[in-house]
Design a protein around this ligand. Structure first.
Ligand SMILES: C[S@@+](CC[C@H](N)C(=O)[O-])C[C@H]1O[C@@H](n2cnc3c(N)ncnc32)[C@H](O)[C@@H]1O
Length: 198
């Protein structure tokens, strides 16, 4: 049986448990993610599991406003500190439970960009399905969704990153999205989807 980690305890014992701020692998991955986003500027982006805030800080250079949320209050605090001088709004929010809207996204069709990084494999299947539905609902008509995961299966996750990305692409393609970028790295996979144009 999968036991999802106690993320708060992890962040309390180490403020950067995955070395996101210090490892070359993580910094390079962030660079790849930013390079693969298809537009130069986005009005509004959402990082739904912001962790230590490195991605949110990177997105802030390309977005008028970044909404950074996480289920862990410890992560929210770390991101708030990391992004203190940036156009980043930080708040606690567990996916996919209510309230389903991230702060600042008051209704459907407003979100220009969502970047799902290294967390959907911690959601059980039913929650993942709800999460893909939510992303589709809140994304703008010209919206973009990037999904990036470690290719392998975390011992405390429900499935591998490769399978999470395949599921996201399959689900979103069915919902009318199309692949803009597919990046296959040795240890991570990245898919960028845009709404299919007719
Ligand atoms: C491996 S960390 C990744 C953090 C960040 N996205 C990154 O790439 O560095 C996973 C994060 O997902 C968050 N998380 C796990 N389940 C969540 C959920 N149901 N809703 C929101 N955040 C969640 C955890 O608190 C943790 O910060």
């Amino acid at each position: 049986m999968v036991e999802v980690p106690d993320f708060d305890a992890l962040y309390r014992s180490d403020p950067d448990p995955w070395q996101v701020g210090s490892s070359f692998y993580e910094q390079r991955k962030l660079g790849v993610v930013l390079a693969c986003l298809t537009r130069s500027v986005y009005p509004l982006a959402w990082d739904p599991a912001c962790g230590t805030g490195e991605l949110a800080a990177g997105l802030a250079g390309r977005c008028d406003l970044v909404l950074a949320t996480d289920a862990s209050p410890e992560a929210v605090q770390l991101t708030a500190t990391r992004c203190a001088d940036l156009a980043v709004t930080v708040a606690p929010l567990r996916q996919p439970s209510a309230p389903r809207w991230p702060p600042g996204v008051a209704g459907p069709g407003r979100l220009a960009l969502a970047v799902v990084a290294e967390f959907a494999y911690y959601l059980p299947a039913a929650d993942r399905s709800q999460f893909w539905v939510l992303l589709d609902a809140i994304a703008a008509p010209e919206g973009e969704i990037a999904v990036v995961h470690w290719r392998h299966q975390p011992h405390d996750g429900f499935l591998s990153g490769a399978d999470v990305n395949a599921e996201a692409v399959g689900w979103l393609t069915e919902a009318g999205w199309s692949a803009a970028v597919r990046h296959d790295d040795r240890d991570f996979v990245l898919d960028v989807l845009i709404r299919a144009t007719t």
